[in-house]
Design a protein around this ligand. Structure first.
Ligand SMILES: *[C@@H]1O[C@H](CO)[C@@H](O)[C@H](O)[C@H]1NC(C)=O
Length: 842
């Protein structure tokens, strides 16, 4: 039953309901819900979903991403709708290329999956301005995400536009389409708490506005405990097993199970161990959860200037099961696939009713689900972070690793444990395919007084001036220095101090770069304070203020400023300190090279470039261009920008995004154990290196020959270090315990074909087109370490390598059972052993 049926209370509504349900049943399709689950066509379902944001990949990548999601055991694809991509100017809509929402949904439908459409239209998503168009801020009288007339009118107009578009394309499930759920607003709970009464009124309005659109499928609101009926409130987080919906008749749903975390320029790269992610999902399901969505399943790329923050990196990889490039991230993808199969084996029992919970020890529990038809499924949990638990459940004994859950689809045999990975791991590599490009360069003119510049007294806010059409705004002023100034006769240089609301700043004195300052995601404000080289007479101070993505979250983030708001002052003069804030400032929006479209095929020929030994190197504000042919093969491609500092890159006129290799990741990248509560600061990599070194180049943006590569370097770099690389599997590993349970073995036993315990098998598989060329490591015994750095332990079977060398070398994939005989006998009979193996792919 859908909640709105329950909420109904008068005869008029009954009539409406009868009309509506007859229309619904005419299509023989319906989506409803009760306390247990979402039901599709009358069938309660355990639904596994994953987020893939369509503009963060290309239409050419979509079918493969969706197929890999399906093979990974997903039922649903979830996406936000990106308002600022779809309505770049008021009333001018765009639904093409990466923004072809209908095409994306139809591809999901063709693959046989459902869609959870998060219309928002607030998205957050570390996306520029949280998905709001920048023009929306300048609608008179507007205030975002509160009980404000102009905002509500704009939100209703866009939401209605999307719903009508979906209806016209017959994309709702009740019309035979794939959309089973819609979302209105997004994580509004914390905002409502902040705003009080107007927040509550807005939330009520948003709920009613959405429900009145009559989509025929349920609406959800995430992270919004008081979501008005019939809307289902849902949970977002690293764990959501503690969560209960606000009404007993609503199902327990997890809209964002965070698979990792985003990267910011200047921050390390976060990752989340597969064992803990699987554990959190099993915890949620055993507590009666019936819908889980991985955020992200494919994170992808913030192409162009779509990254929010500010300071969100161009890569939105998110440590997702499909990596930024669309390749399987192993073992995460495979370990979750195995989890989904185990959960689906339990589905009949899971949807039948609530679990019985039994204590098995101080930190151990069993959750048992039984259906009336007799099926039984059990989840055995060990919450202890430090030690194994031997538990007894219905007269059988089970060994549970720390911080893990075992799944028993027949209440007897374990088919899966969240801390025991059966899937292979893979190490990836970035192999150069073209380097030594023949570059040409063009020096950006420093701000000159020309056509589109204007002068006024005082300092202007940046976004109001640029309307975010560019990252760049020039602020230029003249400073007269008296020949009698003391510093001109051997005194100390004067100090220029500039306060900026953000996000980055290059300071030029008389055309020379004098210094750079920038903020961070946590504190975007910038203070520049440095002695500057001035001469007698008129000096030109040019401040190039740079936005690095607009904020996407926080109370009234639309009011946060950027740019040089002052004060700006010069100290150390004869007069003491001179305030420059209220001088005349000349403004220019954007760079000259931008107005000439130097990034495009046609625009790049509008200026004279220099080549050969005249190329500007380590010069600020330099444009570089070259052409190259597409490499053969179909591996994903990237640009290695490690010798460059900060700027933007384009290929054939399409923006790859912002790069900022000079911003090194600061943080603590210590060892990371999967066991114990995870948060976004627990497991980090890349400390001391560029937060992002490689930038995804979609294959579909290339033609066979003559591709135009244009780089805008703001700060100074060496373009000869730029190379095009391909991403491929370097090696694959298996790391498996003897007697580790597997679903395949359970199925063999359940079918009656075998009636003895079976050992697991190690599967190794290189990418299509690759072969296993050597065995880097193999040990059956007590090896240590993880894929890429295994070491032998005190117990090691001497023939560990032989079998892999015999069966695997020269093959694309191979399978070896984990039995002592194969490795020349049991090297240490009374010890629990495992097999660790790493095979090189080439
Ligand atoms: C934008 O700038 C204009 C012109 O200076 C000013 O009148 C207006 O108040 C500004 N708007 C906002 C929202 O800051």
């Amino acid at each position: 039953m859908m909640g709105w049926k329950i909420a109904m209370c008068n005869a008029f509504l009954v009539v409406m309901l009868v009309l509506l349900s007859s229309w619904v049943s005419w299509g023989e399709a319906s989506v409803s819900y009760d306390h247990k689950a979402i039901s599709v066509n009358g069938q309660r379902r355990i639904l596994i979903s994953g987020s893939i944001h369509y503009p963060r990949s290309t239409p050419e990548m979509w079918p493969d991403l969706i197929q890999k999601a399906k093979e990974g055991g997903l039922d649903v694809i979830q996406t936000y709708v990106f308002w600022n991509g779809h309505e770049p100017e008021p009333g001018k809509y765009y639904f093409e290329g990466r923004y072809d929402l209908v095409k994306f949904i139809k591809l999901v439908h063709q693959a046989g999956l459902y869609v959870n459409l998060r219309i928002g239209p607030y998205a957050c998503a570390e996306w520029n301005f949280g998905g709001f168009p920048v023009w929306l801020k300048y609608v008179p009288g507007i205030s975002f995400r509160t009980n404000n007339g102009p905002f509500k009118a704009a939100m209703q107009k866009f939401t209605t536009k999307i719903v009508n578009m979906m209806k016209a394309e017959r994309l709702y499930e009740t019309q035979g389409g794939p959309i089973i759920l819609s979302q209105i607003e997004n994580e509004y709970g914390p905002m409502e708490y902040e705003l009080g009464a107007p927040g509550r009124a807005y939330s009520e309005w948003a709920a009613k506005m959405a429900v009145d659109l009559g989509t025929g499928v349920p609406w959800i609101m995430c992270k919004q405990d008081d979501a008005p009926d019939p809307i289902i409130n849902t949970c977002n987080g690293f764990y959501c097993d503690y969560f209960s919906p606000n009404k007993a008749y609503k199902p327990k749903m997890w809209t964002e199970a965070w698979t990792g975390w985003f990267t910011q320029f200047g921050g390390p790269v976060p990752y989340r161990p597969a064992e803990d992610l699987a554990f959190s999902v099993a915890r949620f399901i055993q507590k009666g959860g019936s819908f889980i969505n991985y955020y992200m399943y494919h994170g992808g790329t913030n192409f162009g200037r779509t990254a929010g923050g500010p300071f969100i990196a161009t890569s939105y990889d998110y440590d997702a099961p499909l990596d930024e490039y669309g390749l399987l991230r192993q073992p995460k993808w495979g370990h979750l696939k195995d989890l989904h199969r185990a959960i689906k084996l339990c589905e009949p029992a899971l949807v039948s009713g609530d679990p019985t919970v039994m204590s098995l020890g101080n930190y151990q529990e069993a959750h048992v689900f039984k259906s009336r038809s007799g099926s039984c499924a059990a989840f055995l949990a060990n919450y202890n972070q430090h030690s194994f638990a031997k538990v007894s459940f219905w007269n059988m004994h089970y060994n549970l690793p720390p911080w893990s859950i075992s799944i028993l689809p027949d209440c007897k045999n374990t088919v899966y444990n969240t801390a025991r990975i059966g899937a292979q791991s893979a190490q990836m590599k970035m192999t150069p395919v073209s380097k030594g490009f023949a570059w040409q360069s063009y020096n950006e003119e420093l701000m000159s007084y020309e056509d589109n510049s204007f002068t006024m007294v005082g300092l202007r806010e940046q976004i109001n001036t640029t309307r975010d059409n560019t990252d760049y705004l020039w602020y230029t002023t003249d400073v007269k220095i008296d020949p009698r100034e003391g510093f001109l006769r051997g005194g100390k240089w004067p100090v220029l101090t500039v306060f900026s609301a953000g996000h980055a700043l290059h300071v030029f004195i008389n055309g020379q770069l004098s210094g750079t300052a920038y903020g961070s995601l946590e504190s975007p404000k910038v203070t520049f304070s440095k002695s500057v080289n001035l001469r007698a007479g008129v000096n030109k101070i040019s401040l190039l203020s740079i936005a690095v993505g607009l904020p996407n979250v926080g109370p009234h983030f639309e009011t946060w400023n950027a740019g040089v708001l002052g004060p700006v002052s010069l100290s150390g003069l004869n007069e003491g300190k001179r305030d420059l804030t209220w001088q005349k400032w000349t403004y220019k929006v954007g760079l000259k090279g931008e107005s000439l479209s130097l990034h495009s095929l046609s625009g790049s020929s509008s200026v004279e470039w220099v080549e050969g030994s005249y190329i500007a190197q380590r010069q600020p504000l330099t444009w570089y261009k070259t052409t190259f042919n597409a490499p053969s093969g179909n591996e994903p491609l990237a640009l290695d920008m490690d010798t460059m500092s900060k700027g933007q890159v384009w290929i054939n006129g399409q923006s790859i995004g912002r790069y900022w290799n000079e911003y090194k990741a600061s943080g603590n990248c210590g060892a990371c154990n999967y066991a114990g509560w995870f948060n976004e600061k627990k497991c980090l990599s890349n400390c001391g290196k560029a937060s992002q070194r490689w930038y995804h180049v979609p294959r579909s943006w290339l033609r066979p020959t003559g591709n135009l590569l244009v780089v805008l370097e703001e700060w100074g770099g060496n373009p000869y270090g730029i190379s095009l690389v391909k991403r491929e599997v370097a090696s694959v590993c298996a790391d498996i315990y003897e007697w580790q349970p597997t679903l395949v073995n359970w199925q063999l036993q359940a079918s009656g074909k075998v009636n003895k315990p079976l050992r697991p098998k190690a599967h190794l598989s290189c990418a299509a087109g690759q072969k296993i060329s050597s065995i880097k490591f193999a040990s059956f015994g007590t090896p240590q370490g993880s894929c890429g750095n295994f070491q032998e332990g005190s117990c090691h079977a001497f023939h560990s390598y032989d079998v892999f060398e015999r069966y695997c070398i020269g093959q694309q994939s191979c399978t070896v059972p984990v039995t002592p005989e194969i490795f020349g006998g049991d090297p240490c009979p009374s010890v629990m052993k495992k097999l660790s193996v790493e095979a090189i792919c080439s």
